[in-house]
Design a protein around this ligand. Structure first.
Ligand code: S3P
Length: 186
């Protein structure tokens, strides 16, 4: 397996939480690319999009990831922004730079998880409940799936379609990823 590791997936997939847990477990660095974007450009992705528009955000987001990839540190787990893999040649870049993992969830579960997060940073979803969020995210998620599914590995969230979430899913996903990485390096 080549390093670094890139976690990809829709908003609410747990890229940041899982990435942090995984990096801790591996003893590697963790970088959240939304946070890196904020540090470099002085605005969070949400504020940047509000100020300069989505196209300019996509242009800048691409270079944040590619510039960081030039650092001479390989043992890094990156949480990418949810839209990153779905524009330009970004998915090809990820595959060239390291190993990508798609954190795949049922849309209903993503909506449930998003409804529990701070939606101030997600203006389109702000003030909506899980069922309204589901209606809003489904078309975009469907359009993004063909990109996400090009990842080197697809990790299905350990959550049965008709069962409620129990909150232990992110830890379980981190464990699945850890085992995959360790097995591959044997
Ligand atoms: C976006 C997801 C966000 C952030 C930006 C755009 C998207 O990242 O990059 O607001 O288009 O899905 P998270 O997936 O980390 O929330």
């Amino acid at each position: 397996m080549t390093y670094p590791i890139y976690l990809i997936g829709y908003m609410g997939a747990g890229k940041t939480t899982v990435g942090r847990l995984l990096a801790d477990r591996l003893g590697w660095h963790f970088v959240d690319l939304d946070d890196a974007f904020h540090e470099i450009h002085g605005l969070s992705p949400a504020d940047y999009i509000r100020t300069y528009g989505i196209e300019e955000f996509r242009r800048k987001e691409k270079y944040v990831l590619e510039d960081l990839a030039e650092l001479p540190i390989e043992k890094v787990v990156y949480a990418t922004g949810g839209g990153y893999p779905c524009y330009e040649d970004n998915m090809d870049c990820l595959k060239e730079l390291g190993t990508s993992f798609y954190l795949r969830w049922q849309p209903r579960h993503l909506a449930e998880r998003l409804a529990l997060t701070d939606l101030n940073e997600r203006p389109l979803l702000h003030g909506k409940d899980a069922s309204e969020i589901l209606d809003m995210i489904t078309p975009q998620l469907m359009a993004r799936i063909p990109y996400y599914e090009q990842a080197d590995y697809i990790i299905d969230a350990p959550a049965a379609p008709d069962m409620p979430l129990d909150g232990s899913e992110d830890e379980q996903i981190a464990e699945l990823l850890y085992n995959q990485i360790m097995n591959d390096d044997d």
